[in-house]
Design a protein around this ligand. Structure first.
Ligand SMILES: [Zn+2]
Length: 209
């Protein structure tokens, strides 16, 4: 009886070891760690870095659309123009093909611009179209545009160029008027009571250029 039990135990161990080896092989198949990637036009990336468990096997790289995303023999993908392409990697050793979808985005100048800003600590005052505030200019501004509350601010153009977008308390204004000196921003408001309510405040603002 004892012999039989130890035989059964040994058999069980073999089965268990066999099974776990199989599981390991299955849980580590060749794959891409990313199913989708996004690249800007002109950028490139090495797809090899996303290819898992290929070991030292030879890999044959293919693209579904070389005009959108080309791929070199070493797996370097280059984004050519906006669109989508599928990159396929054929792993010779395992005879398996894995794929990854590449979305190529066109970079617009505006998105590049909107990211660049500097911060500045400024004195913030407010003005309205009344004679006392505007000196008789009313809603006419130095830029030629009519002043609009929530958009127009007056600046010293040697500190903040006219046309700059300036973010104050999370709201974006445009430097459209002048009449203040140095690190001061005058915010255009509709009524004199609103300018009184504002008074003088010190703010750290973002100036986009
Ligand atoms: Zn006023």
């Amino acid at each position: 009886m004892k012999k039989l039990i130890s035989f059964m135990m040994a058999l069980l161990m073999i089965v268990t070891v066999g099974a776990s080896t199989k599981v390991d092989a299955k849980s580590n198949p060749v794959s891409f760690s990313k199913k989708y990637i996004t690249l800007n036009v002109g950028k490139s990336t090495n797809m090899k870095s996303f290819l898992k468990n290929a070991g030292k096997s030879k890999v044959i790289w293919k693209t579904s659309n070389s005009k959108v995303a080309s791929v070199s023999g070493n797996g370097v993908v280059r984004a050519r123009k906006a669109g989508t392409a599928t990159i396929r990697a054929y792993v010779v050793k395992t005879k398996k093909t894995v794929s990854c979808k590449v979305t190529v985005k066109k970079v617009t100048k505006q998105t590049k611009k909107s990211g660049r800003y500097r911060t500045m600590r400024v004195k913030c005052t407010a003005y309205c179209p009344c004679r006392g505030c505007s000196g008789g200019y009313g809603t006419r501004t130095a830029s030629g545009r009519r002043a609009i509350a929530g958009r127009t601010i007056a600046v010293d153009r040697r500190v903040i160029p006219l046309g700059s977008k300036v973010v104050i308390d999370g709201h974006t204004y445009i430097a459209e008027d002048t009449g203040v000196k140095g690190r001061t921003i005058d915010i255009y408001m509709n009524s004199h009571s609103k300018t009184n309510q504002w008074g003088v405040r010190y703010k750290t603002v973002k100036i986009y250029y």
